[in-house]
Design a protein around this ligand. Structure first.
Ligand SMILES: *[C@@H]1O[C@H](CO)[C@@H](O)[C@H](O)[C@H]1NC(C)=O
Ligand SMILES: *[C@@H]1O[C@H](CO)[C@@H](O)[C@H](O)[C@H]1NC(C)=O
Ligand SMILES: *[C@@H]1O[C@H](CO)[C@@H](O)[C@H](O)[C@H]1NC(C)=O
Ligand SMILES: *[C@@H]1O[C@H](CO)[C@@H](O)[C@H](O)[C@H]1NC(C)=O
Length: 357
């Protein structure tokens, strides 16, 4: 009788343990996905924090750490966060970013993917867009080169796209399809293009960090009044021209940084000065407002803005035109959209032609 009672107790306890500690639906990562994790670890050349795995490691129940976090749902990985310490050192020459993403995209249920400071190098393969369920992609602080693949536009569920601290170059592709985007962080790359017009249609965008690139041309005034925008950092680019005097801001806009560009004119309207609810940073442009301390002289921005704009070759006349968005000086007050043209031949002589405001 005693033995029977003990057995029953054990049986009940084990039932309890099974149901409480290991809910049936998330008990064990599927064997193929377990193999993928081992493969990825090898391709990443065994980063710190991914050591000590063995055949009995249950990845769905690893205690999360800053270097590794795995979340599973129904035996599939839905979140994978790996952070390394390769800040200055790339992975070896044997690393293939293409093979790496081929393996990675087999984790078809991924919703969050964060691969930071792992030394990943090479061009980002277009096949990354096979991760259809992805909502958060953070591949910051690696050594990824080349253009941002246009295929990312197909990742309709993306809420957060963080490509900061890589070597992306060329222009920002058309990402107008990412209508769920709340955060776009392309900080500290080598992107050279105007700020793309589609950004003004991202109604849910809260955070835009495009600082430390080589972006050129004017700042679209509509960026400041995006309905959800809170944080706007465009510092350290080559943005030029003047902002309109009647600029309006979204009600949640708390932080604006346009420092270290080639802006002229005055900052006025809602970004005229910092206030209790809004920080505005604007040093090292050629702005007339805010005193002339920490600003370059006007001629500096004029010269630099001309130098960074690619020349336009007139199809009819064959004339080479350097077009700049610099206000000609005749349009004070409402100089938005007002341009001057500098026509120059290869001999370097410049003449200007004004366009009516
Ligand atoms: C893990 O299992 C594989 C076979 O499934 C075996 O070859 C390998 O030696 C095992 N590794 C360890 C650390 O037990
Ligand atoms: C990207 O991931 C790293 C590591 O998990 C994190 O520290 C960082 O805040 C993330 N960046 C953004 C912009 O979310
Ligand atoms: C920008 O990225 C480079 C590496 O590409 C890094 O060394 C540097 O610290 C980063 N700068 C900032 C301000 O994040
Ligand atoms: C971008 O960088 C790659 C090498 O990393 C180079 O081959 C390519 O020409 C660059 N593209 C532009 C537009 O500068």
């Amino acid at each position: 009788m005693e033995i029977f009672r003990l057995n029953l107790l054990c049986f009940l306890l084990s039932l309890l343990a099974f149901h409480v500690l290991l809910p049936a639906s998330t008990a064990q990562l599927s064997a193929p996905e377990t193999r993928i994790l081992f493969q990825l670890r090898q391709m990443l050349e065994y980063p710190q924090g991914l050591q000590g795995w063995n055949n009995w490691t249950n990845f769905c129940y690893l205690p999360p750490s800053p270097s590794l976090a795995v979340v599973c749902s129904e035996n599939h990985i839905t979140q994978l966060t790996v952070a390394g310490d390769r800040v200055v050192q790339k992975l070896s020459d044997g690393f293939s970013i293409d093979s790496f993403f081929t393996v990675l995209t087999k984790l078809s249920r991924l919703e969050t993917l964060s691969l930071v400071s792992l030394g990943i190098w090479g061009p980002l393969p277009a096949k990354i867009s096979r991760l259809r369920s992805l909502q958060v992609l953070n591949i910051s602080s690696n050594f990824i080169t080349g253009e941002i693949p246009a295929s990312i536009d197909g990742m309709k569920n993306l809420r957060s796209l963080v490509l900061a601290g890589n070597s992306f170059n060329g222009s920002v592709p058309d990402l107008a399809g990412l209508q769920s985007l709340q955060e776009l962080d392309i900080k500290n790359n080598s992107l050279r293009s105007p700020i793309p017009p589609w950004i003004k249609d991202l109604n849910l965008l809260q955070r835009l960090d495009a600082s430390l690139n080589k972006l050129v041309g004017p700042i679209p005034p509509s960026l400041f009044s995006l309905p959800s925008i809170q944080f706007l950092n465009l510092a350290g680019n080559q943005l030029s021209g003047a902002l309109p005097s009647n600029l309006s801001c979204g009600s949640n806009l708390r932080f604006v940084d346009v420092s270290r560009n080639l802006l002229i004119g005055n900052l006025s309207g809602c970004i005229g000065s910092s206030s209790k609810n809004r920080t505005v940073l604007s040093s090292w442009n050629c702005l007339a407002s805010g005193g002339s301390r920490y600003q370059h002289p006007y001629r500096f921005c004029r010269k630099e803005a001309l130098a960074v704009m690619p020349p336009i070759i007139d199809k009819k006349s064959g004339e080479i035109r350097h077009e700049s968005w610099i206000d000609s000086g005749n349009c004070r007050g409402n100089n938005w959209g007002c341009r001057s043209y500098w026509n120059s031949d290869f001999g370097g002589s410049q003449k200007s032609r004004k366009k009516p405001c």
